[in-house]
Design a protein around this ligand. Structure first.
Ligand code: SF4
Ligand code: SF4
Length: 113
């Protein structure tokens, strides 16, 4: 809710069947674009300056995913560094891109999580 850096740092690509025009798919297809064979990407992320179309708000201040419950698998795979006891390189790279301090184990102790 206060970061969102990883939603505006990488190409978010996934198998086409995760889009909701496929049986069992969840990701709104209109928010995606075709990519390579068998893949789609979130609009706005196949760019040198990625920014997912589903991201609302301002990175590093206040933001949210407008399709959180429907988001694709790569978004579910990224974990905030140290939330589960290890650093996540994607989280760290994304936060560094925006000049945000890398998360540390202490952040989770202080948050009570
Ligand atoms: S779908 Fe949501 S979680 Fe995934 S990159 Fe876009 S805004 Fe972020
Ligand atoms: S996983 Fe890391 S980069 Fe992504 S929103 Fe959470 S803290 Fe920010």
């Amino acid at each position: 809710m206060r970061c969102g850096a990883c939603c505006a740092a990488f190409r978010v690509a996934f198998h086409w069947s995760e889009a909701d025009d496929a049986p069992g798919g969840t990701v709104p297809v209109e928010l995606t674009q075709p990519l390579r064979n068998h893949e789609r990407a979130m609009h706005g992320t196949d760019s040198t300056d990625p920014h997912c179309i589903a991201l609302r708000g301002t990175v590093g201040e206040s933001c949210s995913c407008s399709i959180y419950a429907l988001r694709p698998s790569p978004c579910r795979a990224v974990q905030a560094s140290w939330e589960n006891g290890t650093a996540d390189p994607h989280c760290d790279r994304a936060r560094a891109r925006y000049g945000l301090p890398l998360l540390t184990p202490v952040d989770w102790i202080e948050s009570g999580n």
